[in-house]
Design a protein around this ligand. Structure first.
Ligand code: ATP
Length: 305
């Protein structure tokens, strides 16, 4: 069961069917990864409030000493901007997100949020300021209201309803037999991939973080809900510093900067237009995706910006 859980979620958040998810996640990390997750040591600092600038400064990283994963990765996300990461499977995209959430510390270089090196900050405090919309949202065996409130424990019912409305999932909830008290998850009402992503979006709306990590779903959604979710996420990221792990290039044409990763290094960077002009790896990936979209009539055909 452990192995089955992992690929479902590229960020490595494995939510067990339990309320105390953090403990379980860390236990899984211990079991499955070469390196243990970092504990919340009492001496560590709190993340200071700020506008949400993210910097990776010459970051090197490996899970296993024999195999370097990230090499000399540097980039900056100015407050409120979106940086998208693209690259082949295994190139290290999700690893960037795991490091930003301080599941691991870099082996070389540093990661800072608003100039504060996160290696000196409690992991829980780092994560408190970062909202995540994962590829696949796993629901707790609890009510739909609880599942939304998980974004901010202690949120009032009115706040939960407002978040559901903003994530456009309120109509669905109102149609359920017990509305916000309807059990979901394994033993309750089953939700579609798109509905689960809306729950994740509602959680982030409640949490209201200044930094957002969005791990784009590879295939979970049909084209219509995908387009709707895309709009939702654009709204969500409008004023937040956002790191998008992108699988469809069509969704990132407007990014402030696109990083193209290959075997753990950033090999190209720029805006969509700049990268197309370069005629390098990005331009090749773009042509490939357009060709695939053309061959598949169910897919939207991306239009170059
Ligand atoms: P995808 O697009 O398939 O999600 P990715 O670009 O996000 O891929 P990562 O998940 O960052 O890639 O993984 C980068 C490399 O690190 C891969 O070769 C992967 O096998 C390896 N890796 C990931 N997690 C671990 C781990 N816990 N222990 C050892 N190696 C790992």
């Amino acid at each position: 069961a452990l192995q089955l859980c992992l690929p479902l979620n590229a960020l490595g958040f494995v939510y067990r069917e339990a309320r105390d998810a953090r403990v379980n996640t860390e236990r899984l990390f211990e079991l499955l990864r070469e390196r243990p997750a970092i504990a919340d040591e009492p001496g560590l600092a709190q993340q200071q409030p700020g506008p949400g600038e993210v910097t990776f400064d010459h970051v090197d990283f490996h899970y296993d000493a024999a195999r370097p994963i990230l090499r000399d990765v540097s980039f900056r996300i100015p407050p409120g901007r979106t940086v998208a990461v693209v690259g082949k499977s295994g190139s290290g995209k999700s690893t960037l997100a795991r490091l930003l959430l301080r599941f691991y510390d870099p082996d070389g270089g540093a990661i800072a949020i608003d100039g504060q090196d996160i290696a000196t900050v409690r992991p829980s405090s780092v994560r408190g300021g970062v909202g995540v919309v994962p590829q696949e949202t796993v629901l707790f065996n609890d009510t739909i209201g609880y599942n939304i409130a998980y974004g901010r424990i202690g949120a009032s019912h009115d706040e939960i309803v407002a978040a559901a409305r903003a994530a456009h999932i309120d109509q669905l909830i109102d149609s359920l037999p017990e509305k916000y008290d309807t059990p979901v998850g394994e033993r309750g009402v089953k939700l579609s991939g798109g509905e689960k992503q809306r729950i994740a979006i509602a959680r982030v709306i409640l949490k209201n973080p200044r930094i957002l990590v969005f791990d784009e779903a590879t295939s979970a959604l049909d084209a219509d809900s995908e387009q709707a979710i895309q709009q939702e996420l654009e709204r969500l990221s409008a004023n937040r510093t956002t790191l998008v792990i992108a699988h469809r290039l069509s969704s990132i044409v407007a990014a402030y900067q696109i990083l193209v990763m290959d075997r753990g290094s950033i090999v190209e960077r720029g805006t969509h237009t700049e990268l197309l002009r370069r005629k390098g790896l990005y331009a090749r990936l773009w042509l490939l995706q357009q060709r695939m979209a053309r061959d598949d009539t169910d897919q939207m055909i991306p239009t170059p910006g």
